[in-house]
Design a protein around this ligand. Structure first.
Ligand code: TMP
Length: 216
C-alpha cells in the first residue's frame, strides 16, 4: 500500500478474459494458507455487499443499454466502497490481500476498450483509491482470441460478450501498462500451464522481499 503506511500487502491480478487469473489466485492462496497465512481474497467489481449488487447490474446481459460513462462510474463506485469498507482496514491490520482485478481493469476496459481514455479513468480511480496502490500487479497476458476460445461453453456476462475488437483494445491497454515501466507490473505468460504460471507468480512474490512473505 502507500509508502509510509502500515504493513499489509496488496497484490492484484489482471488480464484479459480466460487468462487463468482465478486458478492462479487459488494456487497462491493454497501456498499462503499452507504457510499459516490467512490472505483476504476479494474481487472487482464487487467484494462488498454493495459492490456485489453493483456487479450484478454491470455484468447482467440485460444491461445492454448501459453507456460507457455509466459503466465506468459504477466500476469506480464499487471500488470506492471496497477500499473504504475492506481494503484499507485489511492493509492497516497487516494482512496480505489478493484482489481479482482492480483499478487497472478500468484503465484497460473502460479507458482503452470503451475509448474513454486513460486520463479520465485515472482521475476517477484516484478519487476512489484514496492513495492506495498495489504493491504488485500480476498481468496474466494472453492474446484475446485464445482467451475468448477458452471461454466457449462457459456462461458469459455482458462484457465477455463484447466483440473481438473490444477485447483486442483491452489487451492493448494491458500491454501498454506492461511496457510503461511502472515497476509494480509483472507479466505472467498465461499461455503456459497453470503450474508454471503459479511458479512464475511465486517468484515475483519472493522478489517483493516483504517480511510477510519470508517463508515462500
Ligand atoms: P471477471 O470476474 O470475470 O473478471 O468479470 C469482471 C468483468 O468486469 C470483466 O469482464 C472485466 C470487467 N471489468 C471492467 O470492465 N472494469 C473494471 O474496472 C473491472 C474491475 C472489471
Amino acid at each position: 500500500m502507500n509508502a509510509g503506511e502500515a504493513s499489509g500487502l496488496l497484490i492484484t491480478f489482471e488480464g484479459p478474459e480466460g487468462s487463468g487469473k482465478t486458478t492462479l489466485i487459488e494456487g497462491i492462496t493454497r501456498r499462503l494458507v499452507a504457510a499459516g497465512e490467512e490472505p483476504l481474497l476479494i474481487r472487482e467489481p464487487g467484494g462488498t455487499d454493495i459492490g456485489e449488487r453493483i456487479r450484478e447490474i454491470l455484468l447482467d446481459p440485460a444491461s445492454e443499454d448501459m453507456k460507457p460513462e455509466t459503466e465506468l462510474l459504477l466500476m469506480v463506485a464499487s471500488r470506492a466502497q471496497l477500499v473504504r469498507e475492506k481494503l484499507r482496514p485489511a492493509l492497516e491490520a497487516g494482512m496480505i490481500v489478493l484482489c481479482d482485478r482492480f483499478a487497472d481493469a478500468s484503465v484497460a476496459y473502460q479507458g482503452f476498450g470503451r475509448g474513454l481514455g486513460e486520463k479520465a479513468v485515472k482521475e476517477l480511480n484516484a478519487f476512489a483509491l484514496d492513495g492506495i496502490t498495489p504493491d504488485l500487479t500480476l498481468l496474466c497476458m494472453l492474446p484475446p482470441e485464445v482467451g475468448q476460445a477458452r471461454l466457449e461453453g462457459r456462461s458469459t456476462d455482458r462484457l465477455d460478450r463484447e466483440a473481438m475488437e473490444f477485447h483486442q483494445r483491452v489487451y492493448e491497454g494491458y500491454r501498454t501498462m506492461a511496457d510503461g515501466g511502472e515497476m509494480r507490473f509483472k507479466v505472467i505468460d498465461a499461455a503456459a500451464e497453470p503450474a508454471q504460471m503459479l511458479e512464475e507468480a511465486i517468484d515475483q512474490l519472493k522478489k517483493l522481499e516483504h517480511g510477510l512473505l519470508n517463508y515462500l
